[in-house]
Design a protein. Sequence first.
Lengths: 102, 221
Amino acid sequence: MYKIAVLGDRDSVMGFKALGLDTFFVDNAEEARHALHKAAHEEYAIVYITEQMAQMISADIARYKTETTPAVILIPGKTGSLGIGAQALQSAIERAVGADIG
Amino acid sequence: MASKTINPTRMELNRLKGRLKTATRGHKLLKDKRDELMKQFLEIVRRNRELRAKVEKGLEQANAAFTVASALMSPEMLEQALLYPKQSVELDMKFKNIMSVNVPVYEFHTKNEDPAEIYPYGFAQTSGELDAALEALANVFNDMLELAEVEKTMQLLAADIEKTRRRVNALEYVMIPQFQQNIRYISMKLEENERGNITRLMKVKDMVLQEAHDFKQPANG
């Protein structure tokens, strides 16, 4: 049985707790990194992380791209979307196609 | 290219011909795999785009509602209201095989079937905006889950397509031309040896004949 984790600042992820997801409040890159790796080693199949946090630890997130678990998914935080999630999509396309197809 | 290091022997030639055959076959298969992966990938990308737009919009609404709720309630109250969730989610993960890439398929169930169970607090002390925020969040959650599935699939496929593409290119532009060149080199060398051998035999024959019969071959025979 797998679990779902949500990482981000308190205001952004608080609501997910009510839905029954495990939330981790992280306020800086160090905490976020720690929480991400911890979640990856435990039984978390999906880790949602706010874009605000993700942009600080993008190298750590990239590590899990080719692993089957966990799926690290970027979500917009309370300040709105930064477009990083969409950007990640674009870079995956670029990687597959070998060229930027716009 | 690598012709300096290979032996121009028949055995080597046969070996290279076999490898060329395998490489050509492998190239064709990998190319088919790449094309099919690409097809699936583009479909998934399209789905991913849709879902991401939907999820981001939904979360934005939920966040906006939360902001309102937190403005109306004190942080302590809000904290207290959400402290002990009544609902809990469990996730089942299966794998689906897309062209030998294992991609996850998620299936989740909530412990409490009642959709009203997402409100872990009494309604007396909390503002209605908090209910709205949680409802918005609950609505977007299904899409979030699908987004996770689709996005992970996309990442895994992208990695595999990259790998396959590299293999196809390596076969097409390096291995196969190299084999062809080496095969050409060996067969030329062998033919050259053959010709050298025939000339030598003719020469020897001339010498033997001359010695035995004092026979002279006509100049242009």
